[in-house]
Design a protein around this ligand. Structure first.
Ligand code: 5AD
Ligand code: SF4
Length: 472
């Protein structure tokens, strides 16, 4: 049995911090926002004495932070829950309790259905109510039935989450990490006909500028040098500024770039309709904003774009790319593309290939269309065979791979400022990021971790570059 809750629970039911150390296993599926949300959940639980573990069998609390964007992503959760059921019963035999939690977009979309399909689940919590995780976990111990909280509460989770700090980062990399994500905007009002996001993440909400700046400053004090601003429709950002007016993403970026110690800013994901002139101007004249833009176009044929409710044509997209390149000529472009949308003909698919040829991407993500329950496209006529979609995807990916290789190859001989983020697999090697978001491997002392160092690129692979550290 399950029940849904949307009642805020008062302080009396709040668990008190415990000293005894418990273990939390957290796994994020899907997008970068899930990585961010997972970190924030981990931080809350660390206040209650939970340290993170990579070993599920050792975990008192298991959280799967799930993705619903395509069928494959959602199905992964159920196969993982099968494995968890076994671990939970093995632990039970040893007298150990395990609280199994499904969070994220599958939780939001499927709610109590998850518990029916996977009775080992104790708690289902949606992306807008995970600030209640501590109290919900506590309640699973008091109640014999599973708890489902998929509400969109009045209070914003951002206002309720504890501040970020080194002590809360547990055994994760946060205190040492040079890069971090910060959610600035969430939800989407665009309603592309294939997409579940407007239903799972809800309506667009922008965090106030001051709160974002505070979070950024805290991260910088923990050693972070590069922050990626996250939002499902991030360039639709319209949060409250310090002057009480709604600020654009461009204004937010200019403001954050002033924070001492922050060296690089990025943002993702944008919609072509919201690439405003002021944002292009920031690309032109704010050196801390990295020359990389992820700008999905989804399909190259105007009829398909209209059926997707994208509200732009292929020509609009091309014109926009031209304007972006004239603002920032070296910008590296990335995109998302769907093949096999209902009714897509071979000629329409070719229009997608043509658009890719015209733009020349540094990097891209491409997917077979996946019918998602509740979305308008899922009931459209002309759903295509898997084999047709697979064959189109292969052709598209061959082209995208060639473009990525050629972009990487064009970097050989250049010297890039590289932010070193982590140690490589080989002794004495560090891995960092170029301004264009490529992974760069170089022989370097670990003292250079967290620093931006000139690296001359010597070789290019399909997915990364390697180079040699040059004196600054
Ligand atoms: N099928 C395939 N791909 C999808 N995406 C979103 N919904 C679907 C779907 N139903 C892709 C889009 C989006 C990216 C995050 O995932 O390309 O930009
Ligand atoms: Fe989904 Fe992006 Fe379209 Fe919003 S703009 S509905 S998140 S694909």
């Amino acid at each position: 049995m399950t029940h849904e809750t949307d009642d805020p629970v008062g302080d009396a039911s709040m668990p008190r911090p415990v000293v005894a150390s418990k273990r939390l296993y957290m796994r994020a599926f899907g997008c970068q926002m899930n990585v961010y949300d997972s970190e924030r959940m981990g931080e809350q639980m660390s206040d209650l004495g939970y340290a993170e573990t990579d070993d599920m069998a050792d975990a008192d609390l298991i959280v799967l932070n799930t993705c619903h964007i395509r069928e494959k992503a959602a199905e992964k959760v159920y196969s993982e829950l099968g494995r968890i059921r076994q671990i939970k019963s093995q632990r039970e035999a040893q007298g150990k309790e395990t609280v199994v939690t499904v969070a994220g977009c599958v939780a939001q979309a499927e709610g109590a259905e998850i518990v029916r399909r996977a009775p080992a689940v104790d708690l289902v919590v949606g992306p807008q109510s995970y600030h209640r995780l501590p109290e919900l976990v506590h309640r699973t111990r008091l109640e014999s039935r599973a708890i489902v909280d998929t509400s969109f509460p009045e209070e914003s989770k951002f206002e309720k989450l504890p501040e970020r700090s080194a002590s809360r980062a547990g055994n994760r990399d946060l205190p040492r990490a040079a890069t971090a994500f910060v959610t600035v905007q969430e939800g989407c009002d665009k309603f592309c006909t294939f997409c579940v996001v407007p239903y799972t993440r809800g309506a667009e909400l922008s965090r106030p500028v001051a709160r974002i700046a505070d979070e950024l400053k805290r991260l910088v004090s923990l050693g972070v040098r590069e922050v990626t601003l996250l939002g499902q429709n991030v360039n639709g950002y319209h949060g409250e500024g310090p002057d009480g007016r709604a600020w654009t993403l461009a204004m937010l970026i200019r403001h954050l770039a002033q924070v001492a110690g922050i060296e690089r800013l990025r943002y993702t994901t944008s919609h072509p309709r919201d690439m405003t002139e002021d944002l292009l101007a920031v690309h032109r004249d704010e050196p801390k904003l990295m020359p990389y833009l992820h700008l999905p176009f989804q399909a190259g044929a105007d009829r398909i774009l209209a059926a997707m409710n994208r509200k732009h044509t292929a020509a609009d997209y091309l014109r926009l790319i031209e304007r972006i390149r004239s603002a920032r000529p070296d910008i590296a472009l990335s995109t998302d593309i769907i093949v096999g949308f209902p009714g897509e003909t071979e000629a329409e698919f070719k229009a997608t290939l043509d658009l890719v040829e015209d733009v020349q991407f540094a990097q891209a993500y491409s997917f077979k269309y996946s019918a998602r329950p509740g979305t308008p496209a899922s009931t459209m006529d002309g759903q295509l065979d898997e084999a047709v979609k697979a064959e189109r995807l292969q052709r598209l990916q061959d082209l995208l791979d060639r473009q990525q290789r050629s972009f990487n190859a064009s970097c050989v001989g250049k010297t890039f400022p590289v932010l070193f983020e982590k140690t490589g697999r080989r002794e004495g090697q560090l891995i960092g990021r170029s301004p264009y978001l490529q992974s760069v491997h170089a022989e370097a002392q670990s003292a250079l971790l967290g620093r931006i160092i000139p690296v001359e690129i010597m070789a290019a692979g399909p997915n990364s570059l390697s180079g040699a550290v040059r004196a600054a």
